[in-house]
Design a protein around this ligand. Structure first.
Ligand code: GRF
Length: 220
């Protein structure tokens, strides 16, 4: 069967790119990465693309007169590669409305919080400061407003009393690497539709029960 053609857009470390590369080489995974674009030429994550022999380029805003021109260059590259789904993975630049409109419902993002809580940057510190007992990560379709759009999948992790932002980020990142490939698989399998700005998953498997944090004390 034809695989869904993905592009992954990165700006830095690229660990989610790596998770997607690893998923795509698993037998039967219904998507393949045909292009990686980095927002800057020195993004460490570009190495993962090179190692996997995936076509990788950087599109640096500073080489263009404005955001619209840079984004339009990216759209040409994506179209030339036959990309069907754009995956933002730590891509740190705001995208133009034109780019968002062109790739509407064909572009997804991963964010390290349980949206709509804690949009933007430094979200783990914001979660700690707020005292929430759970945080996590979200894969969602992209809309022009930052960290908004129909939610495809989320994973929750407990926030622990001694957490620092870095410790919480590491706990969340493990789940990011799990759910981003899952979201891509759902889309590639044609199981996701958008209805009234909500993503509906066909054959949705729901988790059983609830978890609490802190857990009730054990009765002696
Ligand atoms: C991840 O935490 C992702 O959720 C956020 O940016 C970070 C990128 O990390 N959007 P990496 O470059 O994938 O390692």
């Amino acid at each position: 069967m034809e695989k869904l053609k993905l592009a992954v857009l990165i700006s830095g470390r690229g660990s989610n790119l790596k998770a997607l590369i690893d998923a795509c080489i698993m037998p039967g995974f219904p998507a393949e990465i045909v292009l990686v674009i980095s927002g800057s030429p020195d993004a460490a994550g570009l190495k993962y693309a090179q190692d996997a022999r995936i076509s990788a380029h950087s599109v640096d805003r500073r080489d263009f007169r404005n955001r619209i021109e840079a984004d339009s260059r990216m759209t040409s590259m994506l179209q030339n590669a036959g990309v069907e789904l754009v995956c933002l993975a730590g891509y740190m630049r705001m995208l133009s409305d034109e780019f968002c409109a062109h790739w509407r419902n064909r572009m997804i993002n991963i964010h390290p919080s349980l949206l709509p809580a804690f949009k933007g940057l430094n979200v783990q510190q914001a979660a700690l400061d707020s005292g929430v007992r759970f945080s996590g990560c979200t894969v969602h379709y992209v809309r022009p407003d930052m960290d908004t759009g129909p939610i495809i999948i989320q994973a929750a992790v407990p926030v622990l009393p001694d957490d620092t932002a870095a410790v919480l980020a590491d706990r969340i990142l493990i789940e990011e690497h799990r759910i981003y490939p899952q979201a891509v698989r759902l889309i590639a399998d044609g199981r996701v539709t958008i209805d009234n700005e909500r993503a509906i998953i066909a054959g949705h498997c729901t988790p059983q029960g609830a978890i609490t944090n802190p857990q009730p004390d054990r009765q002696s």
